[in-house]
Design a protein around this ligand. Structure first.
Ligand code: CA
Length: 222
């Protein structure tokens, strides 16, 4: 059965446009114009994925996402009107799987939906990555990667939450947790990620596992 995509959006024209694209991509769109109605409907029947506008009348997108996370891991793509807002939401750990800034291209939204559903589908192939938290080791197809403590901290966070966008600050905190002596700044994160990419490319040639999200940070999506 084709996945149901809930579109929680109070701008009717935008909601209708997204619904048209969803239908053209063989999804079943369900429209909600306010957060409280959406939440009540989700409690009765959970969609396959939620496209959630941040600014909504009544219950806003952030509150809705948090209430939803209390009982469901349904994938959420949060849509905001301002790119700065995404930083704030990342800092608040809003619980969304992906973020998109308005105005967005509906094609881009469909690509993100497809990527998330591919990951979360139960018949998706087993991930190539395995995480051994006790030994602080990450293996690709069973073969452990040679990682520094900082690289382990960063990659472990990414592997635990595939699809989630991490800001450089968040990754810096995670790197410091693995290596308290680390004297690092934003640029150090970029160099850790560069080294991780080199190691991952050797283990998984041709697979881009860590994606740069312009202006935001990084996302793990092998
Ligand atoms: Ca709105």
């Amino acid at each position: 059965m084709n996945p149901r995509i809930a579109i929680v959006e109070d701008e009717p024209e935008l909601a209708a446009l997204v619904a048209d694209y969803a239908r053209a991509n063989d999804y079943i769109p369900e429209l909600f114009h306010d957060g409280a109605a959406a939440l009540a409907a989700f409690k009765a029947s959970m969609p396959g994925l939620v496209v959630l506008d941040l600014m909504l009348p009544g219950l806003d997108g952030l509150s809705l996402c948090r209430e939803l996370r209390a009982f469901s891991q349904v994938p959420v793509i949060m849509v905001t009107a301002r790119v700065e807002e995404i930083d704030r939401l990342l800092g608040l750990d809003a619980g969304a799987d992906d973020y998109l800034c308005k105005p967005f291209s509906p094609r881009e939204l469909m690509a993100r939906i497809r990527a998330i559903l591919r990951r979360t589908r139960p018949d998706a192939p087993a991930p190539a990555f395995s995480l051994d938290e006790g030994a602080r080791r990450i293996a690709v197809h069973g073969k452990p990667l040679e990682l520094t403590p900082s690289e382990y901290g960063i990659l472990a966070a990414l592997v635990r939450r595939p699809g989630q966008v991490f800001s450089r600050n968040q990754l810096l905190d995670l790197a410091r947790a693995g290596n308290p002596n680390l004297d690092a700044n934003d640029r150090a994160i970029d160099s850790h990620v560069k080294n991780l990419r080199r190691k991952l490319d050797a283990a998984l040639p041709g697979v881009e596992a860590i994606h740069s999200i312009y202006g935001l940070g990084y996302r793990f999506d092998p």
